[in-house]
Design a protein. Structure first.
Length: 419
């Protein structure tokens, strides 16, 4: 998977002014502007700024660290984000407002939304009787990338959003779900699970398990092939996807059983073994896999714990929100799947980002899955930080890597189940 370099155009008058400011006494004013929220119109200009000007802006912000493998635009994004004080603070409500404002800004910049047939909001009741919101994405059959098969002959992707178990919702990852639906040709069901600290662990994993159980019985309504569910998530959502895979594998069919008799997974009759649906595949995007071990175990904690898009401080606060009022120990597989039972799990496609505090624990989990006999493909996104799938409208390289990643995940599915 290679990162495409953004095109550079002739500098416009506004950008020329910015370049002049970068070398003037007014630079402090410019720095303040960069660190504040900008309009979509201004943000769209960023990929067109010549690289020397971008690097000058990075220097003005004064990041604690520089990551040369990132292109100048990504360096600017990381520097500006780091200067704002991280993703999350002790004030979770204010953090959510800021996160939501940022994702709204980013998604409003999207000019060419990937084409799909329809989007529909749904809901179901979880085991507590609470209504959990869902969003269903249906791909176009004509010209889709699903090997010209209709959605009813292809799997459903049940998607769990990232956000440290405390931020995000189906809106924050709506744009990515369009990409996921369009570039796979598969239906997507996004789950708006409960968030911490109001609903600490294992509330999120319970909602996600319940969503898969509900979806398995709705294959006709949701227009996918019976018994064919792929779980997918980014960051905290990647944790939830693999937790769901582990928990349903413990109580239901093995991955091999699913391959030979997928119709059994949608049956509401018979034994527990025959009626519990198990995902046929897990797609984990820079996942959280270990809430127990720290800096001494994973060098990426130290190497990328500051100056990128997810800091060690962010990770510690997310962990506090998720586990602080939980009855679960940090070693419990429901929160640290790397400590779970890892044999006979669904095939896994694991993606890490080069400039990510979580890169080592994601790779360690992939290697442990492989050592336990599971089919695993592991790729790393070069020059990308944590959260790059949410930057598709701002950063051309992130957009291309996101598309490449999705197409690779799709090909992994067809290589395992269709060849």
């Amino acid at each position: 998977m290679t990162q495409s370099r953004p095109r550079r155009f002739a500098i416009t008058a506004p950008l020329a002014k910015a370049a002049a400011l970068a070398n003037s006494p007014q630079s402090k004013h410019l720095q303040a502007k960069i660190q504040s929220q900008v309009s979509p119109q201004v943000a769209r200009l960023l990929p067109n700024i010549p690289e020397p000007v971008l690097l000058k802006l990075v220097q003005l912000i004064g990041p604690a660290k520089r990551f040369e493998s990132a292109d100048p635009l990504m360096q600017l994004i990381m520097a500006a984000t780091s200067k704002q004080g991280g993703l999350v603070t002790e004030d979770i409500k204010a953090s959510r407002r800021r996160f939501n404002q940022t994702t709204v800004l980013l998604q409003s910049m999207q000019r060419d939304v990937p084409d799909i047939a329809s989007v529909k909001d749904l809901s179901f009741d979880n085991r507590q009787g609470d209504a959990i919101k869902l969003r269903h994405y249906l791909p176009n059959v004509a010209g889709s990338t699903g090997k010209d098969k209709p959605p009813s002959e292809l799997p459903l992707i049940v998607f769990f959003h990232g956000g440290g178990f405390s931020l995000g919702d189906i809106e924050s990852h709506d744009e990515f779900c369009y990409y996921l639906c369009h570039y796979t040709g598969f239906c997507v069901l996004s789950v708006d699970y409960r968030l911490a600290p109001e609903a600490p662990a294992p509330a999120a994993s319970e909602d996600c398990i319940d969503a898969v159980l509900w979806a398995a019985k709705q294959h006709q309504t949701l227009a996918f092939k019976s018994g064919q569910i792929i779980v997918c998530g980014d960051s905290a959502g990647g944790n939830l996807a693999t937790v769901v895979s582990q928990q349903l594998s413990l109580s239901g069919l093995t991955a091999a059983d699913n391959l030979t008799d997928s119709s059994a997974t949608s049956s509401a009759q018979g034994s527990t073994h025959a009626s519990t649906p198990v995902p046929i595949m897990q797609w984990l995007i820079y996942p959280v896999t270990d809430n127990e071990r720290g800096q001494s175990h994973y060098p990426s904690y130290q190497n990328y714990g500051s100056g990128t898009l997810l800091s060690l401080e962010d990770k510690a606060l997310f962990k506090q929100f998720y586990l602080g009022n939980s009855s679960l120990d940090k070693l419990d597989p429901l929160v640290s799947p790397i400590h779970g039972k890892l044999d006979n799990l669904p095939p896994a496609f694991v993606v890490t980002a080069e400039l990510d505090v979580l890169s080592d624990e994601g790779e360690a989990y992939a290697q442990k899955l492989k050592a336990c006999g599971n089919k695993v493909e592991l790729i790393k996104a070069p020059g990308m930080p944590h959260g790059f799938v949410n930057l598709t409208s701002l950063h051309p390289g992130a957009r291309q890597i996101t598309i490449d990643m999705i197409e690779s995940m799709r090909e992994f599915y067809f290589a395992v189940y269709d060849e």
